[in-house]
Design a protein around this ligand. Structure first.
Ligand code: ATP
Length: 248
């Protein structure tokens, strides 16, 4: 049974349609990465999936008792607030110290328990947010640009941690990423969003497809190519077997 399935989802913010007629699903244990230009609705999709936003149209079905863990794109914490990592994990609900420690260990942040939140590096902060998302033993972990601001070794380490967590906990993962090289190696499926689902498929299949070159470009500037790909590929393919879908 699918963990979550959205059909024909349309979402508007401040009267503007941000997502139109989006179909999206996540199966147990898979890692799905969402790519797309700035403002293409990636965060909005995640926030709709967790139930923070309500779609204008369409439906979202969740597995009964689905446990979600969400790592937001940004979280501002007042630097003057004397808040340790351990206490942060106990907000808003108090949790046992052992439970907090287990989640921090799982997230690769086991030594940070007594550190002030304000002193953490970007990578450490993300791991603490990850630990917080793991407290509820999620079936589905949603991460909104979790490696933003991290250097390349830092984000590679973070993604390795995610893969380990998936392997250990068996949870599915949906993440938004601008790091297209990572997308290719760490995902079971890539979904390209631009207000609607432009294309999706297994990374290997996408990599073989002509559309891939238009989508990702060459070298490390793939993120720029993403802007240009929109209507530069045709949509008359039928890879029913290898599952490269194109929807406009
Ligand atoms: N609270 C809001 N009210 C009105 N419009 C919003 C709001 N939040 C986002 N938007 C708009 O919705 C669109 C999609 O935003 P969203 O944050 O989902 O994009 P994104 O793909 O995650 O972008 P980025 O890569 O820059 O994080 C943008 O045009 C944005 O300006």
């Amino acid at each position: 049974m699918r963990l979550i399935e959205a059909k024909g989802m349309t979402v508007a913010l401040a009267g503007q349609v941000v997502l139109r007629d989006v179909d999206f699903h996540v199966d147990p244990g898979e890692i799905v990465t969402i790519v797309g230009p700035n403002g293409s609705g990636k965060s909005t999709l995640l926030r709709t999936l967790i139930g923070a936003l309500r779609p204008e149209a369409g439906e979202i079905r969740r597995k009964p008792d689905l446990r979600l863990g969400y790592v937001p794109q940004k979280l501002q914490i007042d630097a003057t607030l004397p808040l340790t990592v351990g206490r942060f994990l106990s907000l808003p609900r108090r949790i046992a110290a052992a439970q907090a420690q287990a989640a921090l260990d799982e997230a690769g942040a086991g030594t940070l328990t007594d550190r002030p939140m304000a002193d953490l590096s970007g990578g450490q902060f993300q791991r603490v947010l990850l630990a917080r998302a793991l407290l509820g033993r999620p079936d589905l972990l949603l991460l909104d640009e979790p490696t933003q601001g991290l250097d390349q070794p830092g984000s590679a380490a973070f993604y390795r941690q995610i893969e380990q967590i998936r392997a250990r906990l068996g949870c599915a993962v949906v993440m938004v990423s601008h790091e297209l090289h990572v997308v290719m190696s760490a995902s079971d499926r890539v979904v390209c969003l631009n207000g609607h689902v432009c294309c999706q498929g297994h990374p290997e299949t996408v990599a073989q497809a002509a559309e891939y070159r238009a989508l990702f470009g060459t070298g490390t500037h793939g993120a720029l190519a993403l802007y240009r790909h929109e209507h530069s590929h045709s949509h008359d393919h039928d890879h029913s077997h290898d599952h490269t879908d194109h929807v406009h």
